[in-house]
Design a protein around this ligand. Structure first.
Ligand SMILES: [Zn+2]
Length: 343
């Protein structure tokens, strides 16, 4: 089969690799129907992660099951399923407490397992990991469903962790796919007013408004703080959803919350250090972290299948796996919001 392989910084190509084989009774093999490139894959692409050379990559996919291990009873060949961005056993204390993202036996796709940017994926702990669809989806539904693997679930984790409540003024920091999905999530939870701080890309700003943002600003740092104070009568936002993960973004995000406000972060943190003394003075609470995506997929499925939300609009480019190098180039240059990878 072919799969994306990380050869070194700015060098990811679709190569011929061995077909996956079931190694343990709890596993299945999935034929990927749709995969994606994530903003977090860019850390690896740019050589800023600890990914080993020649490792696989990609952690978002929807696929059809083509082989099942002897211990798998709840899934069968032909079922279509969504894979959360991390596999988990469903049985350890972390999983049982609702945190499959911290599963003792779990792991990320790619790295030392098959990646989601490939033709097939061997899925460990398949019954606990995969979310099976009741029926095979239309091709048109695939983009929306694919976002549940990561970005829409992660956006919902931001809104849930920040406890967005009806009527709240919510700020979203970041206009990447996760930030845009966080707008949808804040709206679903009843935010009264949604204000986005992102870049200057007109396509991202338009999508933010389409998803429910009332205001979209490209201001950063102190300018963002002043802009928000102007919009909120000097007080700041009830909730802030930090969807970038950089130190500068996090620092700005903290200044946007009102006294007693709630900030949630879901972007992979890079160099972020929290000054607790600042939190002490403002009583701003901070929560969030690595999204337990497996937990959000089932509750979000009816919203997606019923057409209530269309997070799949974040896929502004569609490319075949053979063109994965071009997919990364476009993501790296921010020429597209997110790339959907077809087999
Ligand atoms: Zn577990």
């Amino acid at each position: 089969m072919r799969a994306a392989v990380f050869h070194g910084p700015f060098d990811i190509t679709a190569d011929n690799v061995p077909d996956p084989q079931i190694k343990a009774p709890h596993e299945v093999i999935v034929k990927v129907l749709a995969g994606a490139v994530c903003g977090s894959d860019l850390w690896t692409y740019r050589g800023e992660s600890s990914a080993a050379l020649e490792s696989r990559i990609g952690h978002e996919f929807v696929g059809e099951i083509v082989a099942v291990g002897t211990g798998v009873e709840k899934l069968k060949v032909g079922d279509v399923a969504i894979a959360p961005f991390r596999y988990s056993d469903g049985e350890c204390p972390a999983c049982k407490s609702g945190w499959p993202s911290s599963c003792a036996h779990g792991g990320f796709w790619g790295w030392d397992s098959d990646g989601g940017q490939g033709e097939y994926v061997r899925v460990p702990y398949a019954q606990a990991t995969l979310v099976k669809l009741d029926e095979a989806p239309d091709a048109a539904a695939l983009p929306d469903l694919l976002t549940l693997a990561d970005v829409m679930s992660t956006g919902m984790h931001a809104a849930t962790s920040a406890r967005v409540a009806p009527g709240d003024t919510a700020v979203v920091v970041g206009d990447g796919a996760v930030g845009l999905c966080a707008v949808i999530a804040a709206k679903l939870r009843g935010a009264g007013r949604i204000i986005v701080f992102g870049g200057k890309h007109p396509d991202r700003q338009a999508l933010a408004r389409q998803f429910g943002a009332d205001e979209v600003h490209s201001a950063r740092g102190p300018e963002a703080t002043n802009t928000l104070k102007g919009s909120t009568g000097g007080i700041g936002a009830d909730v802030v959803l930090e969807c970038v993960g950089s130190a500068a973004s996090f620092e700005t995000a903290l200044t946007l919350a009102r006294p007693g406000g709630r900030l949630a972060y879901v972007g992979l943190p890079h160099g972020v250090v929290i000054d607790v003394a600042k939190l002490f003075r403002t009583n701003v609470s901070v929560s969030g972290g690595l999204c337990p995506a497996r937990r959000y997929i089932e509750p979000l499925l009816p919203e997606v299948l019923g057409g209530g939300i269309h997070p799949g609009r974040v896929f502004t480019t569609r490319l075949p796996l053979a063109d994965i190098a071009e997919a990364y180039r476009q993501m790296d240059k921010r020429e597209t919001i997110k790339v959907l990878v077809t087999p």
